[in-house]
Design a protein around this ligand. Structure first.
Ligand SMILES: Cc1cc2nc3c(=O)[nH]c(=O)nc-3n(C[C@H](O)[C@H](O)[C@H](O)COP(=O)(O)OP(=O)(O)OC[C@H]3O[C@@H](n4cnc5c(N)ncnc54)[C@H](O)[C@@H]3O)c2cc1C
Length: 601
């Protein structure tokens, strides 16, 4: 049995007593013997009686988790086939605390359920679980939507806090954060809500707009904490830029309000400092905005007939982007591939469909006059959706059914849907992945040829996407200012786009037959992703990477994810979580722990 160091017992006692936290009040952490978290079977692992006491404290919301695919020990069994179908449904994955939206990452992590889960109904349940984990020295994880690419919402031998039952959405005409005078339109959202629930309450029912994420099943708290973006972030900024206040349970088990005047440093860290490192957010309140009259999209896929024609196509698109799309009206992405294709998946707001068509007309005419060089493998399509119907499942099903994929479980809520383009990511097993912010200076006319050349070089190695809405250059000054007052890497603010490159295969949860997929082929794909990313790193040396969509193996991750903000984040982490209760891979302060988060270095 490892000896409990004196300092940790004192810490645990202060936690148990609900001691009030103050910046100066934390005991210094100076351990003389290595700190180990406990695992099942080790002395110190809670007894059945202790677990039962926790279960009582959380109103019966504690559950032991089992391997989800035990039924697949008989591979042809119907139970296994049913499980396999489940894995193409992001809602089904999100509803099971034993599953993560990605099933793993080659040579990095494999999905593994936590030992126990508390399905927390409110902050008091969270506080009881945090207190229990601190007292018993457990590895603690937090699951919201489960979309972490690094598998951070689950860990073997851990206690999981699952925020899913906390999904209430309340709209306010006048909300003033505690201790602040300014009031305005806002929405309070339980940490366990998916963005779809937030959009349907705020936009479909409330006729307002809230800036959240693009993917409908991503968790609200996880996205904000990571400094996330939505399709229209070029207009409305970071989701965290609209954060007015958060309720959070810190490592001492206290329920706190963080906003610009109370725990303002913690509040700053919640805006992009990365999920799972500072406490458990239980509720967020976000500014809402006037709803645009309509939203729109431009889709299509163009194939060039030669390398030379492809280079000209990329150059022509960059010219179009720099001249007409690099502004708050336009977001989302294009994709370039080794097969000399340019795929358009752009969105707009603040424009009528006819205005959008006029903007694209010169580019479309340019292509039409070069039919020997270019062919549309998916014809160009410009469409517009009334603002209030963008997340209205009934309207979309009736008017644009090909844009969405529903929740096909028997009896599933009819309002559930994901965008068709996101459906393939459910259960994905990642082979390689990375992102890089591209500074707006690359769009200067004299730098544009080098930009085009680097994009082409990267795309020859592996398909890459430019997510224009994940770089804030071109956004209104107020949204830029809000982003500057966050922990997000400053490179995001100066970027015209985030370049993302990734490769994945079908779901490979342990126990599934597909888990035996060919790792050699996966490694070759990872090598090609890395070759593409290396071209982008050469193009934008010293630029950052988006923490929530990043390489698991990112070198110098502190600087890549947070740049000059890292020292301040680490200081806040040390003050609010001095014993390191909250650990995630490449999260703030994780350098002090072994890779599995069980031993202090
Ligand atoms: C298919 C897919 C689509 C995506 N689309 C977008 C997008 O459009 N825009 C974008 O910016 N990003 C996007 N992302 C990235 C996404 O924003 C992050 O992965 C985000 O952290 C996911 O949050 P979650 O709650 O769904 O995931 P989880 O895995 O549950 O949580 C993610 C991290 O946040 C922590 N966390 C979760 N809840 C809390 C809480 N209540 N308090 C404190 N910490 C918490 C977890 O511990 C974990 O470290 C996407 C990811 C995927 C897989």
């Amino acid at each position: 049995m490892s000896r409990v160091p004196q300092i940790d017992r004192r810490m645990a006692l202060s936690v148990a007593a609900g001691a009030t936290l103050s910046a100066a009040g934390w005991p210094a952490v100076a351990l003389s013997t290595p700190f180990h978290r406990t695992r099942p079977g080790m002395t110190g692992w809670p007894s059945d009686t202790a677990w039962e006491a926790l279960n009582t404290a959380v109103g019966g919301q504690l559950r032991r988790l089992a391997e989800p695919f035990a039924a697949c020990a008989v591979p042809d069994g119907s139970a296994c086939r049913a499980a396999d179908a489940l894995l193409r449904n992001s809602f089904a994955i999100g509803d099971d605390p034993a599953l993560t939206q990605a099933s793993g990452w080659l040579d990095a992590w494999n999905a593994a359920p936590s030992a126990y889960v508390v399905a927390a109904r409110h902050a008091a349940d969270v506080a009881a679980a945090v207190d229990f984990a601190a007292r018993h020295r457990l590895r603690l994880v937090i699951k919201g939507g489960g979309h972490s690419y690094h598998g951070a919402s689950s860990a073997a031998d851990s206690l999981q806090i699952w925020t899913r039952p906390m999904r209430q959405v309340v709209l306010h005409d006048e909300f003033a954060p505690v201790g602040c005078r300014d009031a305005g339109n806002a929405v309070s959202i339980g940490a366990g809500a998916r963005w779809l629930e937030a959009y349907q309450a705020v936009t479909t029912a409330g006729r307002r707009y809230v800036q959240g994420g693009g993917c409908t099943t991503v968790g609200v708290a996880g996205l904000i904490h990571g400094g996330g973006f939505g399709s229209f972030s070029k207009r409305f900024g970071l989701a965290a830029g609209s954060l007015l206040e958060a309720e959070i349970v810190t490592a001492d088990g206290q329920v706190r309000i963080a906003n610009p005047s109370i725990h303002s440093d913690l509040f700053w860290a919640l805006k992009g400092g990365g999920g799972g490192s500072f406490g458990v957010v239980t509720r967020v309140t976000l500014r809402t905005h006037a709803l645009p009259h309509n939203f729109g999209a431009v889709f299509g896929r163009i194939k060039a007939s030669s390398d030379n024609a492809y280079a000209q196509l990329v150059g022509a698109f960059l010219d179009l982007y720099a001249a007409r799309l690099f502004n708050e009206n336009w977001g989302e992405q294009i994709r370039l591939g080794p097969d000399r294709t340019l795929t358009l998946g752009m969105v707009f707001q603040g424009l009528e469909q006819s205005e959008a068509e006029a903007i694209w007309r010169p580019f479309l005419d340019w292509l039409a006059h070069r039919s020997a060089d270019y062919a549309w493998s998916t014809p160009a399509r410009i469409l517009s959706v009334p603002g209030r119907h963008l997340w209205d499942a009934d309207w979309l099903r009736a008017n644009a059914p090909d844009l969405i994929a529903g929740d096909d479980r028997p009896g599933a809520p009819t309002e559930h849907f994901v965008w068709a383009g996101d459906a393939g990511q459910a259960g994905q097993f990642i082979h390689g992945y990375g992102s890089r912010w591209l500074p707006q200076s690359l769009l200067d006319p004299f730098r544009r040829p080098a930009l085009a050349e680097a994009l082409l070089r990267a795309a020859r190695a592996w398909p890459l996407s430019l997510h224009f809405n994940k770089g804030l250059a071109g956004a209104p000054a107020g949204e830029i200012e809000a982003a500057r007052d966050s922990a997000v890497h400053p490179a995001a603010i100066d970027a015209f786009a985030l370049a993302i490159c990734g490769a994945h295969g079908p779901a490979a949860y342990p126990g599934l037959p597909t888990s035996r997929a060919d790792p050699g082929a996966g490694r070759e794909r990872a090598r090609r992703v890395e070759a593409a990313m290396s071209a982008l790193r050469e193009l934008a040396p010293g630029s950052g990477s988006y923490v929530s969509e990043a390489n698991y193996f990112e070198a110098d991750w502190q600087s890549a994810f947070w740049g000059p903000n890292y020292p301040r984040l680490l200081d806040i982490k040390r003050r609010y979580d001095p014993s390191g209760l909250f650990f995630v891979h490449h999260g703030v302060g994780s350098e002090n722990w072994t890779a599995d988060g069980f031993e202090k270095r």
